[in-house]
Design a protein around this ligand. Structure first.
Ligand code: ADP
Ligand code: ASP
Ligand code: MG
Length: 412
């Protein structure tokens, strides 16, 4: 007997028929004697619909109130899922995040899970129930409803698996695993049988939305056995996230050099022009941005010839207006910057692979491939297992396609 957490995404609960289908799958696992916790997202499109409604009433929705209403999408699907299970004669009980007590910090719309009270779930499981938990949501120490950021149900699933010390966390979605890149953009993309945790973390952080990055972080921290599978297929092995230490593998040769390509249209670029080139500038610019809880991704500082420098960084598109006004109101005059500009028509494309550690020339191959298409690189950043470039948004799909081909990632 195993304890399995199964998370179903929006498409997998997109209609009553699909929820019934999900229930039949759970029933099969239950019949094998396993204990099952089901985590569900809202029906596909529902979270967007709710955010749209909020925006019709308030241009910049109040984050606390947005969480109160956006979290309702998942409250609908947990009830429906529990009922679908009951119809199959299976004992089931559903809980919202707050009812479980999935306790988060108070960063509304992007809260982090602090701890999970797993006693209630455990007792229900021991009494023979399938427990159905709402993804994407929690409650802060003061009882306010919070949400975990877009795609956050993945994180609920993995965090519950960690708290319950589950044998496996299965992420059921509308593709049958993790691919070399998004199969919707490159139809030739290939499913990976397995991918290392480090690569998955890098792909997720670079924008592959198949798993929310925090879910991968949780899996790494608590060594949760994590698998991505299709909710539309009866069986299929999906993609397993592996933890073996790639550096100790004597067979690095067998590793593909590049495992996958990620892309992200969600970032915006902010440039602070003409700042005096002296110590403390980066801190003076990014300190107030960090204080406003705005995450910064790529950072570039150029040295100018005339004693001034340009400072460029990227943030989430949604946070560009806020970051710009902080810089213009609190920072620009203070540091004597000439101009502050923002550009949200950018995209980031990243190639990821642990094999890069033992191979040189990947960057130049990437840059040559993009140059041949006349694609200009606005920013570049690298890590041991990743090279990321910022380009004009309109070339994103082209860049992903030519890189996928250049690195030989198509189906064999
Ligand atoms: P869910 O609603 O089940 O959470 P998501 O839409 O969040 O589903 O994530 C699944 C989607 O992720 C796929 O439909 C696919 O378009 C996209 N995706 C992006 N990159 C990849 C990748 N490397 N492998 C598989 N799917 C990917
Ligand atoms: N329903 C939420 C969203 O659309 C959470 C999730 O699907 O994981 O972002
Ligand atoms: Mg998702």
């Amino acid at each position: 007997m195993a304890l399995i957490v199964q998370k179903y995404g929006g498409t997998s609960v997109g209609s009553p028929e699909r929820i019934k289908n999900l229930a039949r799958r759970v029933a099969r696992f239950k019949a094998l004697g396993h204990q099952i916790v089901v985590v569900v997202s809202a029906m596909s499109g529902e979270t967007n619909r709710l955010i749209g409604l909020a925006r019709e009433v308030m241009a910049e929705p109040d984050p606390r109130e947005l969480d109160v209403m956006v979290s309702t999408g998942e409250q609908v699907t947990i009830g429906l899922t529990a009922m679908a299970l009951m119809e199959l004669g299976i004992k089931a009980k559903s809980y919202t995040g707050a009812q479980v007590r999935i306790v988060t910090d108070d960063a509304h719309t992007k809260a982090r899970i602090l701890h999970i009270d797993e006693k209630r779930i455990r007792a229900d499981l021991d009494a023979g129930n399938v427990v159905v938990v709402a993804g994407f949501q929690g409650v802060d120490e003061d009882g306010n409803i919070t949400t975990l950021g877009r795609g956050g149900s993945d994180t609920t699933g993995v965090a519950l698996a960690a708290a319950l010390k589950a044998d496996e966390c299965q992420i059921y979605t509308d593709v049958d695993g993790v691919y070399t890149t998004d199969p919707r953009v490159v139809p030739e993309a290939r499913r990976l049988k397995s991918i290392t945790f480090e690569e998955m973390l890098e792909l997720a952080s670079q924008g592959s939305k198949v798993l929310q990055i925090r879910s991968v972080e949780f899996a790494g921290k608590y060594k949760v056995k994590l698998r991505v599978l299709s909710s539309f297929e009866e069986d299929g092995e999906g993609t397993l996230i592996t933890f073996e230490d790639s550096e100790n593998k004597d067979s690095n040769m067998e590793q593909p050099i590049i495992s996958g390509i990620a892309f992200n249209r969600d970032e915006a670029k902010i440039t602070v022009l003409g700042v005096p080139d002296k110590p403390g500038i980066a801190y003076q610019i990014l300190g107030p941005v960090a204080d406003a809880n705005i995450d910064v991704d790529m950072i570039i500082q150029n040295t100018g010839a005339d004693g001034t420098t340009d400072f460029t960084f990227t943030v989430h598109k949604n946070e560009m207006p806020k970051a710009l006004s902080i810089l213009r109101d609190q920072v620009q005059a203070h540091i004597g910057a000439r101009e502050i500009s923002g550009d949200d028509k950018i995209a980031k494309v990243s190639v990821v692979g642990v094999g890069m550690r033992s191979h040189v020339g990947i960057a130049s191959q990437m840059f040559r491939t993009l140059a041949e298409e006349g694609i200009n690189l606005q920013m570049i950043s690298t890590s041991e297992i990743k090279i990321a470039v910022v380009i004009d948004e309109k070339y994103m799909e082209l860049a992903v396609r030519v890189l996928h081909k250049a690195f030989g990632l198509e189906a064999a």
